[in-house]
Design a protein. Structure first.
Length: 225
């Protein structure tokens, strides 16, 4: 490959734009930050540049028969490969999942790198601006929205008659909607364990609910995941 000024410019631009998105993730302490996004964008750009070079060197331009080289094949594999990298940024914590935005940012960084490698500079700049605006500005809008949150409530208690009903009543009074629940009994120790999958809005009184559960006779331990 002839590393002319145009190609070097594509690689540098891909690094800059991918790094800008990664910088926002780095500031917010996400697992894939500045360096990861920069390298993803840079690598994607190089893949496309290499693919275009293969097309120029080995393509059949005589007009007789097929061209023989598909310049989009390597780029298509980049899209597939980034999926595995993004999956590594997704973390499951109880009933909640973190890292989806970071995984999406990795996809965007790869797409920006591909676009830079293909010479779509204006498109790359526009996508970078839109991505940064989405990450920095729309996060404030999300904070104003009333959203449903899903968690699990675990209660360890003595095996007292009617305990399930008392716990369910407290959860409902605290604006926690019960989606599902499991129960486990320890006959020898006369203990019972409840696990509730609940849904609540941002206005749900979680602390008050925990305090109310702890105050129930027989309850030994409460945990909200």
């Amino acid at each position: 490959m002839e590393f002319n000024l145009d190609m070097i410019g594509r690689l540098l631009l891909a690094s800059l734009l991918g790094g800008l998105i990664g910088l926002e993730r780095e500031i917010h302490g996400r697992p894939a930050g500045f360096r990861t996004h920069l390298l993803v964008s840079l690598g994607s750009c190089l893949f496309v540049a290499t693919s275009l070079e293969f097309y120029r060197l080995y393509g059949n331009f005589s007009g007789v028969g097929p061209i023989g080289v598909d310049p989009g094949r390597i780029a298509a594999q980049v899209v597939t490969g980034i999926g595995f990298l993004g999956a590594g940024a997704i973390i499951r914590e109880g009933a909640s999942i973190r890292g989806l935005t970071t995984a999406a940012c990795l996809w965007i960084a790869a797409a920006i790198g591909l676009a830079c490698g293909a010479g779509l500079f204006i498109v790359s700049l526009v996508v970078t601006v839109i991505s940064l605006a989405t990450l920095l500005l729309l996060k404030r809008v999300e904070g104003l929205l009333k959203r449903d949150t899903y968690n699990s409530v675990k209660v360890w208690s003595d095996d007292v008659a009617g305990q399930l009903g008392r716990i369910e009543r407290i959860l409902k009074d605290g604006e926690l909607e019960i989606i599902d629940f499991n129960v486990e009994k320890d006959i020898d120790a006369a203990r019972i364990f409840f696990k509730f999958q609940v849904k609540y809005s941002m206005r749900g009184k979680k602390v008050e609910v925990i305090d109310a559960l702890v105050s129930v006779d027989g309850v030994r331990k409460v945990r909200l995941d």
